[in-house]
Ligand binder design. Structure first.
Ligand code: GLN
Length: 491
């Protein structure tokens, strides 16, 4: 059942919110030993919220667009009363007193929050393997990564722990795990969705985005969370379009940009997935336009230099005094020792690597050579996209170079892991909306995906094109086969 179908079943009285929530919770109990996607499950809170929806329904009261729909939330986003770890030992024991703005909006829409999902530490990663709770597993093949950093959210939705999730996307963390787990994942335009109450990684990129099983489900989640917010100075005033209505518009007349150079370096199946999507869009009446992004090959180094620089500044607050884990001290230890020991104990290896690199890139003598140059490359990439989007309405390409890869493949080669973000980071560098859409399974039974990008604040066109891709692409099985086999005790 899709999120929309679930909301309809509750609104028409065909199902109670309590029954739907109980089913999601028992799914978590059954599948979690195989998947490790949740860092906190709030059964009591979820059932209490479901009971409120059922009471409102019985009283004939107005129901919100997500009334009774169970969702999960990436553990980088504050939910009042639930632990917030950011996937790190640094924040162990922290329980926020207030909801993030996006959570306030979900609650106002009637959503039921099942709990928090696993992520790469401080959202730094592409595989979910740097999570302090250990990696989540891809439900399509338990020996493979689910993608990251919002890997737990992707696994949760793919495994049926509720009907959608919120992730965050700094360099691809909503789209990549969505692609690897057979889901729809949407990164909104920078400023479209409030970040108040979201732990900062790289502030000039971070955006919250929905993950769901259908395009229309993602449209509904986006419509609920999008819009101006007085608590986030980067939030923008642009009007929120009718995203669900956009899903009904035909692709006829859309100009779809394709980037030839993006078809090199893909596995054969991913390459064919992009080409067959292009052909199906043409058959639906879209027009293909060839566009070039001359600087896109520089996206990964530019993104990582800027992301690490911003992370080094954002994570300076975790000093063991104002925020974060505090190390035990000996009587003679001084303040510097407190800082150093607290940070040494609290942060994992990948986070430390990025703080060191970012601090170095910002230091005097290196700033011009690295950070400043990366910012100039960012402006060139932004210019490339603006020029391309004058010739077309959406850009079609891959989300990732391949389908999900085996756990542990990049443990000793961080740069190889960073390369997996080659197609996603361009949208973050330019602040543009982008989404990943599933387009069937590979011969090995792993989800295939394509990526779409559109102009700033044009999520409606993105969804319109995505809905057409979804209508015409081979459908995925309703549940991942590997997970079904594991749950029935097979291998
Ligand atoms: N993989 C990228 C990184 O590690 C993106 C992460 C994200 O979007 N949060 O920085």
């Amino acid at each position: 059942m899709s999120l929309i179908a679930c909301a309809r079943a509750i609104a028409t009285g065909a199902q109670t919110a309590t029954a739907v929530t109980e089913r999601a919770l028992s799914r978590i109990v059954a599948a979690e030993p195989h998947l490790n996607a949740m860092v906190h499950v709030d059964s009591d809170g979820a059932l209490a919220q479901a009971a409120r929806v059922d009471a409102a329904m019985a009283a004939g009261g107005p129901l919100g667009p997500l009334a009774g729909v169970p969702l999960t939330i990436k553990d980088l986003i504050a939910v009042a009363g639930l632990p917030l770890t950011a996937g790190s030992k640094m924040l162990a024991g922290y329980v926020p007193a207030r909801d993030a703005s996006v959570i306030v909006r979900l609650r106002d829409a009637g959503a039921v929050i099942l709990g928090k999902t696993s992520l790469d530490e401080f959202a730094m990663g592409s595989t979910n393997e740097t999570a302090v709770t250990g990696p989540a597993r891809n439900p399509w093949d338990l020996g493979r990564v689910p993608g990251g950093s919002s890997g737990g959210s992707a696994v949760a939705v793919a495994a049926g722990y509720g009907y959608g999730s919120l992730g965050t996307d700094t360099g691809g963390s909503v789209r990549l795990p969505a692609a690897l787990c057979g889901l729809v994942g949407l990164k909104p335009t920078y400023g479209r969705v409030s970040r108040s109450g979201v732990v900062a990684y790289a502030s000039s990129f971070d955006q919250v985005g929905p993950m769901a099983t259908t395009v229309r489900d993602a449209a509904r989640l986006l419509a609920v969370i999008a819009g101006p917010c007085g608590e986030d100075a980067t939030s923008r005033l642009e009007a929120v379009a009718d995203y669900e209505a956009a899903c009904d518009l035909p692709a006829r007349g859309l100009r779809v940009g394709v980037v030839r150079s993006w078809l090199e370096g893909l596995t054969t199946e991913t390459h064919d997935a992009v080409l067959s999507t292009q052909r199906r869009l043409e058959a639906a009446g879209a027009v293909t336009v060839e566009v070039t992004l001359p600087h896109a090959h520089l996206a990964v180094p530019a993104y990582y230099l800027i992301a690490m620089s911003e992370a080094s500044a954002n994570l300076a607050r975790y000093d063991g005094v104002r925020f974060g884990h505090r190390a035990a001290l000996e009587p003679d230890d001084d303040l510097d020792t407190l800082y150093a020991r607290s940070r040494a104990e609290g942060f994992g290896a990948e986070v430390k690597r990025r703080i060191i690199m970012g601090t170095w890139a910002l230091s005097s003598g290196y700033y011009e050579a690295y950070y400043d140059r990366a910012c100039r490359v960012r402006r060139l990439i932004h210019g490339d996209l603006e020029a391309a989007l004058r010739q077309c309405d959406v850009i079609l390409g891959p989300t990732a170079p391949s389908t999900a890869w085996p756990l542990g493949s990049h443990t000793h080669d961080p740069v190889a892991a960073y390369q997996m973000d080659i197609y996603t980071t361009v949208a973050n560098l330019a602040g543009l909306p982008a989404m990943s859409v599933p387009v069937g399974l590979s011969a090995g039974g792993l989800p295939l995906a394509i990526q779409l990008m559109a102009g700033a604040f044009d999520e409606a066109t993105l969804l319109r094109c995505a809905a057409s891709v979804e209508r015409d692409a081979p459908a995925l099985p309703s549940a991942p086969i590997a997970l079904a086999r594991a749950l029935s005790g097979g291998v």
